[in-house]
Design a protein around this ligand. Structure first.
Ligand SMILES: Nc1ncnc2c1ncn2[C@@H]1O[C@H](COP(=O)(O)OP(=O)(O)OP(=O)(O)O)[C@@H](O)[C@H]1O
Ligand SMILES: [Mg+2]
Length: 305
């Protein structure tokens, strides 16, 4: 459904735009209906840049973003872009910044109505909103007519997901949507994403927190400095991490059944068996990803980063 191929983004940086920052390099990634793919990496690894390219907010420098076969960068004109956003929506980290404090929070629904459902009757529209709020487990009486400051971060985040669900979306780009929520609300929102997945929605779940990605995703993609270093079924990546960077990330996640001493020991063991999976004695690095098990791809250990 969503296919990224050879995707790259270079930003011009510096006072005269003379510098180049390779924020995303050669990323291949696929999201199928009903599949949650988590994109994990430390701050600055290019996760949001990928999300923004998927949402057509910035153009790729190279490579393609295709949704249902159509190249997103070539969606010209209001109508075609509008049709794209009927199927693909994004929700971002800071729910507060998405609301205008001067208006009640449910104004975000009215904007969707004006753009996509101008002919809906009041009754139809109310029913649609009720359905959407029900899906995100919000009580209409608690949120409708309220100002953003009267609602919690979790409620606002769910309102934004409800807004996306007013449209019959097929793909949700969720960029750090739970980082700003407290622990109990996080689980609620993660469970909600699980429900959406069960309804067939594809979700690109962007997070810097490996333990959150693990909770709902089928596939995990580990990004480092704009490049995919490892990807595969979440269970494979978590249980048999191969790339030293993935191992380091995993070792830094406290897990219930492992002590820190065990984590350190695992890490040390990872260093011993040593060399890159794909270089096989060659020097220089930079080989294409190697398939270490079915669907489990590992990039070069020495990727020039
Ligand atoms: N508009 C821009 N102009 C120049 N550089 C940018 C721009 N946006 C992002 N960058 C740089 O590109 C790199 C990747 O940024 P990006 O926001 O994609 O990272 P991220 O993985 O989402 O990080 P975080 O976890 O902090 O959100 C960073 O080095 C960032 O400074
Ligand atoms: Mg980001």
């Amino acid at each position: 459904m969503l296919k990224l191929r050879g995707l790259a983004k270079v930003y011009r940086v510096g006072s005269f735009g003379g510098g180049r920052l390779h924020a995303v390099r050669d990323v291949d990634l696929t999201v199928h209906p009903g599949q949650v793919v988590s994109l994990v990496g430390e701050s600055g690894s290019g996760k949001s840049t990928i999300g923004r390219m998927v949402l057509g907010l910035i153009p790729p420098t190279a490579g393609t973003v295709a949704f249902a076969g159509a190249d997103v960068a070539r969606l010209r004109g209001h109508r075609r872009r509008k049709d794209y956003y009927r199927e693909v929506q994004g929700v971002f980290q800071d729910p507060f910044s998405c609301f205008n404090p001067v208006f009640t929070a449910d104004r975000v629904f009215a904007l969707i109505r004006a753009e996509y459902f101008p002919r809906a009757t009041d009754t139809e529209w109310r029913r649609r909103i009720a359905g959407s709020l029900d899906t995100v487990r919000l009580d209409p009486a608690q949120v409708l007519g309220k100002y953003p400051h009267q609602l919690s971060g979790g409620q606002l985040q769910r309102l934004l997901i409800a807004r996306a669900l007013l449209l019959d979306i097929r793909l949700l780009v969720a960029d750090e949507i739970i980082s700003m929520l407290d622990a109990s609300t996080r689980i609620d929102v993660l469970n909600l994403l699980g429900d959406l997945k069960a309804r067939g929605l594809g979700i690109l779940f962007i997070t810097h927190d490996l333990s959150l990605g693990n909770y709902i995703s089928d596939t995990t993609v580990i990004l480092r400095r704009g490049r995919i270093v490892e990807s595969g079924a979440t269970t494979a990546v978590f249980d048999h991490p191969v790339h030293p960077y993935t191992r380091r990330l995993l070792a830094s996640v406290p897990r219930l059944h492992r002590t820190w001493a065990q984590a350190d020991a695992d890490l040390a063991a990872g260093g011993v068996d040593g060399g890159c999976v794909g270089c096989a004695g060659r020097s220089g690095g930079g080989h294409p990803p190697v398939e270490v098990a079915v669907g489990h791809l590992v990039g070069c250990f020495d990727d020039g980063a």
